[in-house]
Design a binder for this molecule. Structure first.
Ligand code: ATP
Length: 213
């Protein structure tokens, strides 16, 4: 994130890529302005939150006009440092890891998986989705400071030991897809995405709170 901007609250920052993607599509379709109601409908965030978020971006919507799409886009581009690609390493080339490698994120994002690691000799030495797969033994040799982010799609039992090695190697952020809760020093950021829990909680909400609106 750029330092010249005022600090954006974390909850707002998390929604930034969502807004950005939608505004890029709007721009591509030739739209010059957008109302908070339209945005709200598209990204499923309530209009009051959108107005508050956008006030942090220095974008003040005008009544009957809405927000200027070009202004917002240039703000997002600067803030998300679109031109600068952040390199990512992926650990565990199983079903989930393979899906991420094939998808990669570079199409409309500023992150790119540049290398993967596994312990399975049948996978080591191959390329998946154009990304080379190395043996985990090569972690310290291959993972350099220009790769600040790791995605974990290893079995849960392997996650903590791997995390300790990543921390020792200077990793800054971990996107953890394993069910394991990771212990890391305070300066390391971990985002945990447990797909099984998310699915379970969705089913719970469907059963107990049918029909959102
Ligand atoms: P997924 O959970 O992604 O669907 P899977 O069911 O195919 O994968 P898992 O047993 O979860 O397989 O393992 C995911 C991948 O992680 C496998 O390719 C496995 O070889 C690899 N793996 C296991 N232990 C480690 C480790 N310590 N470091 C890196 N990769 C590992």
């Amino acid at each position: 994130m750029s330092n010249e901007q005022p600090k954006i609250p974390q909850a707002t920052a998390k929604r930034l890529p969502l807004y950005y993607r939608f505004l890029k599509n709007l721009h591509a379709s030739g739209k010059q302005r957008v109302s908070s109601a339209e945005l709200s409908e598209a990204v499923k965030v309530d209009p009051a939150t959108i107005r508050r978020d956008f006030s942090y971006f220095g974008a003040l919507g005008k009544k009957g006009y809405g927000y200027n799409v070009n202004y917002l886009l240039s703000f997002f581009r600067r803030t998300l440092e679109e031109d600068e690609v952040t390199e990512v390493a992926l650990f565990g080339v199983g079903n989930l890891g393979t899906a991420f490698l094939n998808y990669n994120f570079s199409k409309n994002n500023n992150t790119k998986i540049v290398m993967a690691f596994d312990v399975d000799e049948r996978k080591v030495g191959t390329t998946v989705g154009g990304v080379p797969v190395y043996h985990l033994d090569e972690l310290e040799e291959r993972l350099h400071e220009n790769i600040p982010v790791a995605i974990l799609t290893v079995p849960a039992a392997a996650a903590q030991a791997l995390t300790d090695r990543l921390v020792a190697q200077g990793i800054k952020g971990i996107l953890n897809f394993t069910p394991a809760r990771l212990n890391v020093p305070n300066h390391i950021r971990v985002h945990h995405i447990d797909l099984a829990i998310e699915l379970q909680s969705l089913v719970y909400f469907l059963k107990n709170y049918p029909s959102p609106s």
